[in-house]
Ligand binder design. Sequence first.
Ligand SMILES: [Zn+2]
Length: 305
Amino acid sequence: MAITLFSHPSCYLHLAGDDHPEQPARLNAINDQLIRSGMEFVVQQRDATPAQREDLYGVHAKLYIDEIYAKAPSEGHIWLDPDTQMMKHSLNAALHAAGAAINAVDLVMSGDNQQAFCNVRPPGHHATHDQAMGFCLFNNIAIAAAYALKHYSLTRVAIIDFDVHHGNGTEDIFAGDERVLFCSSFQHPLYPFSGELSAEPNIINIPLAGGCKPQQWREQIAQHWLPKLDQFAPQLVFISAGFDGHREDDMSEFMLTEDDYGWITQQLKLIADKHCHGRIVSTLEGGYALSALGRSVVAHLKAML
Ligand SMILES: [Zn+2]
């Protein structure tokens, strides 16, 4: 049994800004820890192909996508929002990050492998229907979910987002869409300061105060997500895998450890095994404390196997 890891050299070339926490070293930290833990022998590395413009139109406004292509700089950089920068490699990196998630859908739906992880950047879950936000250009997980619904005629997919920030972009794209069950747990209040109330029945938000301890986080997930996910019986499980709620990550005040990321992944694996032949597509979102990020991704992948 192996797990397929999609990435692309372009994802290492995108620079988000001087001293920016969303840096290429994040991907290296993950690769280093995979080797250190012996995991590289059970991980099949594959190069991602870029997403097509039509795939992006599936979740983003055409005007927004066309603008990103038009604005993409050939030198220097431009700011899309106060946290989100584009330089000459950014568009290519973002296309491969979204493309990796689409590749992962094709792989798990073909039955060749049931689980895939996308070791990519820039992340995606803050990108809304028509806006770049919070280090994110294209909403990778939403693009892949929309692709799966369309190309494989699925009617029920679940997206679980355990990044410490609310997956506002994914919620914006799928709120009210009964084919998608979106679950997001996050520190509140914290950037982007949304998600306190779940306005639509297909959105299950768990806002938690800073300082949240592992036991409390697990209890909330066991109570609010797992019964709903079981009832929903997803045909494919997507994970917005952000590891910035780790106690060593100063992006938040959560106190989680790699064991907690292993635990949540085990729970999602049980759901996937029961309802959809174990099919899981996971894609990297946040996680900025490099050592903790590497260890957390290893725990995540081990639990998926
Ligand atoms: Zn985050």
